[in-house]
Design a protein around this ligand. Structure first.
Ligand code: NAI
Ligand code: SF4
Length: 443
């Protein structure tokens, strides 16, 4: 393992991760000793509109993948003329904790080791948008994190941070932790809302966006865990402090999840704009005997990048300039010993399985692409299969009802672009088949 250079080590900015290594930080007494709920006390003395302005000034952008400006989203929620804390028409805050993007693992440890940061952020955000009811929608599989969250919510009620007239402010909030049933599509915000309402989770047509017609057709802010957990730090540290990390347009720290062929996989929190080269250095370098070949900048839904992109600044603009997306900053690192065709097939099986079936391009396109990959990987592929894959991916991407279809087509398109030779090696017999003929049965 190579030790990171000092100037690279200094790029670590533990903000949201700073309590993760503190024993028992998930218990409210310990959390309070570590500055916990200080931001809430401060926020309740500020007018909600000023809190929205603070978040706008900080430049905070959504941490779920799309990077939408958080303060702007909060400002869409229509308020009563008197701006009161108990609006006649309900508003909701919904926290998307259905983290499911392959390779992404930033919200789960946050909720496990520091659940009160999310609860505190939720109370401040709900106060800012004047929502008297909030929900945390967490993946069904995340049983341990859900237990921690439920315990944190109970403790917050007991201390008067939740419930009626919170800390004498006149603001009421009920917070509910709701476990989903393990469907990836329920991380799409409108499918999540359908699921929360008790329906089968399938995406709704947007617009209207949830900020106008969301949960129970009422104005709803849907934010990711990392977004909401950032809010207490912004309240305590101020917008300028937040902006002192990251870049001008991509402000603040970000939790990068690194996995794959590196020495120390894990979460590294650094200012937005750090490069993959520096992140790999922080992670102890590539595993011995491995050379970087390709990587996902933000989960498998984002176009793959290659070794030549290693110095790309990992912020919204920097990654977009390379034709990809920052997404969830889940960086899966593959080496010269990994096969891009095989990796794409594995992702596609996932998307095919998780497709909700509502629209034809995604439902049928994924089925056909999975069949084609199985054929190529079992040594039965033809040159026409490459045209079929390109054509199918072109017809799924941009023609599907929600982002899942685009996400499924993305690795197909980028591996055909960068690694066509790897496909030809299967078709022309230079690479041994990775799947047996059995893979074709039922495909
Ligand atoms: P989007 O860009 O359509 O929307 C982002 C947010 O901004 C949404 O909350 C939306 O309601 C809001 N918004 C956008 N335009 C608006 C407008 N004109 N008025 C009001 N609100 C508006 O992106 P989307 O489809 O919600 O998310 C896609 C991202 O999700 C991808 O970049 C992907 O990386 C990420 N993703 C994350 C996963 C995870 O596990 N965290 C799983 C799968 C995808
Ligand atoms: Fe469902 Fe896929 Fe269509 Fe999204 S793109 S609505 S997941 S079938």
């Amino acid at each position: 393992m190579t030790q990171p250079r000092r100037e690279v080590l200094e790029k670590l900015t533990p903000v949201l991760t700073k309590r993760w290594l503190s024993p028992d930080a998930w218990k409210i007494d310990v959390y309070e000793r570590l500055d916990g709920y200080a931001a809430l006390k401060k926020a309740l003395d500020v007018h909600p509109d000023d809190l929205i302005q603070l978040v706008k000034d900080s430049g905070l952008r959504g941490r779920g993948g799309a990077g939408f400006p958080t303060g702007l989203k909060w400002g869409f929620i229509p308020q009563e003329p008197d701006g009161g804390l108990k609006p006649a028409k309900p508003h909701y805050l919904v926290i998307n904790a259905d983290e499911g993007e392959p390779g992404t693992c930033k919200d789960l440890p946050l909720m496990t080791y520091d659940p009160h940061a999310l609860v505190e952020g939720a109370i401040i955000a709900a106060y800012a948008i004047r929502a008297n009811r909030a929900f945390i929608y967490i993946r069904g599989e995340a049983v341990h994190a859900a237990r921690r969250l439920r315990a944190a919510v109970q403790q917050a009620y007991a201390k008067g941070y939740l419930g009626t007239n919170i800390l004498g402010s006149g603001f009421d909030l009920d917070l509910v932790v709701h476990s989903g049933a393990g469907a990836y599509i329920c991380g799409e915000e409108t499918a999540l809302l359908d699921s929360l309402e008790g329906f089968r989770g399938q995406p709704r047509l947007r617009p209207p966006f949830p900020a106008i017609a969301g949960l129970y057709a009422s104005p709803t802010v849907v934010n990711n865990v990392g977004t909401i957990a950032s809010v207490p730090y912004i309240v305590l540290g101020g917008a300028d402090w937040w902006r002192s990390m990251g870049t001008e347009k991509s402000t603040g720290p970000m939790i990068y999840s690194l996995s794959g062929r590196i020495v120390n996989p894990g979460q590294y929190e650094c200012g937005l704009g750090i490069t993959l080269r520096e992140l790999i250095e922080l992670a102890g370098g590539m595993k011995p005997g491995h050379t970087l070949k390709f990587w996902t900048p933000g989960g498998s839904s984002t176009p793959l990048l290659t070794a030549e992109h290693i110095d790309t600044p990992m912020d919204f603009e920097g990654v977009a300039a390379q034709g990809s997306l920052l997404g969830t900053t889940a960086m899966q690192i593959f080496s010269d010993q990994d096969c891009p065709v095989y990796a794409t097939w594995r992702w596609l099986e996932f998307y095919h399985h998780e497709s909700c079936g509502k629209c034809t391009p995604c439902r049928e396109g994924n089925y056909w692409m999975v069949r084609t990959y199985r054929r190529i990987l079992s040594g039965e592929g033809t040159y026409e299969d490459l045209d079929t894959l390109q054509d199918t991916a072109d017809n799924v991407f941009g023609r599907s009802f929600c982002g899942l279809g685009d996400g499924a087509a993305t690795p197909v398109m980028s591996t055909l672009k960068y690694f066509r030779q790897d496909y030809l090696d299967y078709i022309e017999g230079r690479t041994a088949p990775r799947l047996s003929a059995k893979a074709l049965v039922g495909a």
